[in-house]
Design a protein around this ligand. Structure first.
Ligand SMILES: C[S@@+](CC[C@H](N)C(=O)[O-])C[C@H]1O[C@@H](n2cnc3c(N)ncnc32)[C@H](O)[C@@H]1O
Length: 200
């Protein structure tokens, strides 16, 4: 049976409203942590001009494949195995002019997030966009009580996970030669952060 995340149904339209203009000139997009695959099929169908490459840990590939098989879209690619601290996995990837990842950096450990930005720095083409969706903290502060509760819940499940500080992510992006381009407020105390890879 196809895996199903209700959150994807709730957040896909608000996310699409923001990413549609951002990705209007993108041609090849890598999604990191595709999860169920629901975002991939929904967004790729709406943006037929771009190739949407799914990726995730291998354990999630069967579910992603079920969504892809049902959708029968020409512009979505079967998942590649990408655990972000696996350097060999990054070295086998093509380059992309866009990267998208939703709700992943608060699931990953800090070490994973460092690997994530370093890896993206290697495969994102100059002028390409990195778009992250999820909850973020600012100046070490939660933006809502519900995010504070969510962080507690995350850490009880896995002490290495947790809502990340915007400033830390921006520093990692900087080290990977990406500059902040937009920070968009989203429903339910989420944000969309957009960085652009420097053109040398
Ligand atoms: C909360 S889910 C989000 C899935 C989907 N993007 C969404 O918004 O519904 C987090 C995703 O991050 C992936 N993930 C966690 N750790 C990872 C790692 N070290 N490398 C790559 N992906 C990872 C998980 O497998 C999962 O698909």
């Amino acid at each position: 049976m196809k895996p199903f995340a209700e959150s994807c149904v709730q957040n896909r339209d608000p996310i699409f409203k923001v990413i549609k203009p951002l990705f209007s000139r993108s041609r090849r997009l890598l999604e990191i942590g595709s999860g169920t695959g629901q975002h991939a099929v929904y967004f790729a169908k709406e943006m037929p001009h771009l190739i949407w490459q799914t990726s995730d840990l291998e354990e999630n590939h069967p579910g992603i494949r079920l969504w892809l098989r049902e959708a029968q879209l020409d512009n979505v690619r079967s998942p590649v195995a990408l655990a972000v601290c696996d350097r060999a996995a990054w070295s086998h990837l093509d380059t992309y002019d866009a990267v998208f990842s939703a709700n992943a950096v608060h699931i990953m450990s800090e070490e994973d997030v460092i690997c994530l930005f370093a890896g993206i720095g290697e495969i994102l083409e100059p002028g390409g966009l990195l778009v992250l969706y999820g909850p973020f903290n600012y100046n070490g502060q939660y933006t809502s009580d519900s995010n504070a509760r969510f962080d507690l819940w995350l850490k009880e499940r896995d002490p290495k996970s947790g809502i990340r500080d915007f400033e830390w992510l921006d520093e990692l992006a900087s080290q990977a030669t990406m500059n902040l381009n937009q920070d968009v407020e989203m429903p339910e105390n989420n944000r969309i952060l957009v960085w652009e890879k420097q053109i040398d």
